[in-house]
Design a protein. Sequence first.
Length: 146
Amino acid sequence: MQASKTVAHADDELRARLTSNIPRPAIGKHVLIAGLSGMNNQLFKQLVELQGCTSMVTDDGEEGFQAAVKSGPDLIIVDAMGSVGFKLARSLRGDERTRDIPLIVVSSHNEDAIIATGHDVYDELVAKPIRVLDFLKLLDKWLLPT
């Protein structure tokens, strides 16, 4: 019973933060957001900053890879709208400078199709449309100490 109350309290806290649009105090984490869609990038940026993190937005090609190498983020979110996003994810996983950075891929593609094409190079896959509350919980999972 106590565990369910704790989860409910955490959900209430996240909902309150969303409703008020007041970010939590800074947690000292930096998130790189890479993708082609300006609208999606702005949504991810807003959610990341609501969770008390700083963020940087880039495109999902070479610019995204170079930003990851240069800035050494605590988490990378790739909005994989096409093959370029998945190529970026593969490049990040294949490079020793970035392979250990947690990677969330957001895609409208079916996960079975992603796996079948060999693009399953992520820590978490989030299907579009995203569920905002679940996305905030996912950010906390990867960014907050356990």
